[in-house]
Design a binder for this molecule. Structure first.
Ligand code: S3P
Length: 173
């Protein structure tokens, strides 16, 4: 089985994915890191030099490649992955794939992203808290229609990581 963790930036896809992979003894791949390794540069650099559309093409190609060639894998994808290039359909139609939406509230996401936006090309340039709030609010609203299609939804607010991992494991049984 391949478990794909989806959700907005800073929803915990990578850190929870890593923990889950250890618990169930599956391989773990973070799609952004995978792209960075294959392309030999950071996601921010790809955005800066080639633009977002180029990144979206790469993202879709590598997503398909990984799905076609893996098993017993936990895959965390980027916040935008399900929202472009028919990727959510690819995820939903693939045999042997379970998709899980890690759902965080707008408030929690804004709080985490405020501290940690410099490496995120989509929000790095947003200067004030008010503008960041507005951007994330709209963006999350637009993207939720994709995230909500996941096979399983797990609300993560105010839950310790350990508990979320337990819930994740139980969905795999
Ligand atoms: C993006 C999220 C990022 C990364 C890129 C674009 C997005 O991944 O793929 O910066 O469109 O939401 P994380 O969700 O892991 O931050």
């Amino acid at each position: 089985m391949i478990v794909i963790l989806i959700g907005y930036m800073a929803s915990g896809k990578s850190s929870l994915g890593k923990l889950l992979s250890k618990k169930v003894n599956y391989q773990f791949i973070d799609l952004d890191h995978y792209i960075e390794e294959k392309e030999n540069r950071s996601v921010s650099e790809i955005f800066r030099t080639e633009g977002e559309i180029y990144f979206r093409k790469l993202e879709s190609v590598y997503l398909k490649k990984i799905i076609e060639n893996s098993n017993n894998l936990i895959l965390s994808v980027g916040g935008g992955t399900p929202c472009y290039s028919g990727n959510m359909d690819t995820i939903l139609k693939a045999k042997n794939v379970k998709s899980i939406y890690l759902q965080s509230s707008l408030e929690k996401l804004v709080k985490r992203l405020k501290r940690n936006k410099s490496k995120r090309p989509l929000i790095a340039h947003i200067e004030t808290d008010a503008l960041l709030n507005e951007f994330i609010g709209k963006h999350l609203f637009e993207r939720s229609q994709f995230y909500e299609q996941a096979n399983i939804k797990i609300a993560t607010d105010n839950k310790p990581k350990k508990e979320i991992v337990k819930e994740l494991v139980s969905t795999l049984l």
